[in-house]
Design a protein around this ligand. Structure first.
Ligand SMILES: Cc1cc2nc3c(=O)[nH]c(=O)nc-3n(C[C@H](O)[C@H](O)[C@H](O)COP(=O)(O)OP(=O)(O)OC[C@H]3O[C@@H](n4cnc5c(N)ncnc54)[C@H](O)[C@@H]3O)c2cc1C
Length: 439
């Protein structure tokens, strides 16, 4: 039976970062297991074009099967790099108060890892002349509340966690990558793990790190029988939002075409932060932003960034290929309806501002006659930022060890106990950077 010092189950945003850091020690053997494909070092030229192209979400390929194919909020990538390989490349950290997670966790303690992760992702802020006329108008309308996005785009390539962390480690003889290999469950014996069942075989390990993401990791732990004593899969939370669409004016179409010819188009460029009437101190509980899909309609969206509603991830079957039962619980807590309705009003206000108004002829979706609350209730969806299904403090101790198991860790978005008021990739990778020092 193959044996490793560390076995990492899942090569996503966090798993790749862990594999890169943990294999820096040449005396430690590391095996990285990924259900999806690995296309090798970027320089080999084998990565699919949609995964490399950072301008749009890559949601047409490399997706996990969903139990409800219509539920886009469940979308997640099955490929080395995980969701960092198909995401919008926005690199934002949360507010300091987002990181008060109990013993040993604070912004002060976490900030060095956020910085290290941002640097390793080769993050830079989009240059002013890269902003499309549509994004620029929102930035100007949002004034001091506008955030021009820091992004992990390098030379026109989505710089996912595999390129940032695994490529520099590929030459190391102590790193093994098992792609196209599904992790079923971890092997447990007397309060310890001894390895895992992956594909058709068992692998032995001194330490196992589960890094299957906020949906995949609870799946692995539940198949391992850990749901009986711990609230594995409970507490799922994602930012919740909705969108609007407008008829673009001739000036917007003409200016966007001219901008595209010179600079290309990128969807994620600007966010306007906002605070609802019930916003807790120290954070912005709303993000409002212009999207970029200029056609018969141009759109924007609003998201509640500190939602109260919680859902769950459960097993439908013991078969590791069976889709998981994912219930986001969006708007289960009425407070989220109120906050999001305020966000949607803010989006409409921005669209009606002096800066944006010249670009929109009229609201097509939902239409000016539809009130914000009704629209929110009818269309709420996720932001692709699920967290907290194996949370620190509930399922894990403060060092990401499964409670009761000294050599079994969960390190990925599922470990994040409270959703940060920002996109989650940077926080997840920073968590991996920190946990790598403990493993
Ligand atoms: C469409 C989309 C757009 C996004 N845009 C942004 C953005 O612009 N900015 C931002 O900050 N965040 C964004 N996010 C969120 C961000 O990408 C995630 O927070 C981050 O990728 C989470 O990392 P993770 O390691 O927890 O999980 P993932 O990155 O999902 O990685 C989990 C990995 O484990 C593998 N896996 C799961 N189960 C198994 C198993 N049983 N056996 C083997 N392998 C398994 C998966 O295939 C995957 O590769 C976006 C997410 C999506 C889906």
């Amino acid at each position: 039976m193959a044996r490793y010092d560390v076995l990492i189950l899942g090569a996503g945003a966090a798993g790749c970062a862990l594999a890169g850091r943990l294999s820096e020690n040449p005396d430690r053997s590391v095996c990285l297991v990924e259900a999806g494909p690995d296309y090798g070092h970027l320089s080999e030229g084998r990565w699919p074009a949609d995964i490399l192209d950072p301008r749009w979400l890559a949601l047409e390929s490399h997706l996990w099967e969903r139990d409800d194919a219509e539920d886009r909020s469940q979308a997640r990538a099955r490929i080395l790099g995980g969701c960092s390989a198909h995401n919008a490349c926005v690199v934002l950290e949360g507010a300091p108060s987002d990181y008060e997670w109990g013993s040993g966790w604070s912004y002060e303690a976490f900030a060095p890892y956020l910085r290290r992760a941002a640097e390793t992702l080769r993050t830079h802020v989009l240059a002013d002349d890269e902003l499309t006329p549509w994004h620029r108008a929102f930035r100007e309308a949002g004034r001091a509340d506008s955030i021009v996005h820091p992004v992990n785009i390098v030379g026109g390539v989505r710089w996912h966690s595999g390129f940032a962390y695994v490529d520099p480690a590929r030459g190391r003889t102590n790193l093994t990558i098992l792609a196209d290999t599904l992790a079923d469950r971890v092997l447990l014996e007397d309060g310890r793990t001894t390895g895992a069942v992956v594909g058709e075989r068992e692998l032995e390990a001194d330490t196992v790190v589960v890094s299957g993401g906020a949906y995949g990791s609870p799946g692995i732990l539940l198949r391992s029988g850990l749901g009986a004593d711990l609230p594995v899969g409970e507490g799922l939370v994602d930012h919740v939002g909705t969108g609007a669409g407008w008829e673009p004016t001739e000036p917007l179409l003409a200016q966007t075409a001219a901008h595209e010819a010179e600079h290309g188009l990128y969807m994620g460029q600007v966010t306007i932060a906002a605070r609802s009437r019930s916003c807790p101190p120290g954070v912005n509980d709303l993000f409002v932003f212009p999207a970029l899909d200029v056609g018969p309609e141009i759109s924007g969206a609003a998201f509640a960034m500190k939602p109260f509603s919680r859902g769950s991830v459960r097993l439908r079957s013991a078969d590791p290929e069976a889709p998981l039962a994912i219930d986001h619980g969006f708007l289960r807590d009425e407070r989220d309806v109120d906050v999001l309705a305020e966000g949607f009003e803010r989006l409409r206000e921005l669209a009606a501002s002096d800066e944006v108004r010249p670009y929109v002829a009229r609201e097509l979706r939902p239409g000016a006659e539809v009130d914000a609350e009704m629209h929110v209730r009818a269309t709420a969806r996720g932001f692709f930022h699920p967290v907290a299904t194996c949370a620190i403090g509930r399922v894990l101790d403060e060092r990401c060890r499964v409670l009761g198991f000294e050599n079994l860790y969960v390190v990925d978005a599922s470990a994040i106990p409270e959703i940060p008021s920002a996109n989650t990739n940077l926080t997840t990778i920073a968590l991996a950077e920190r946990a790598a020092e403990w493993i």
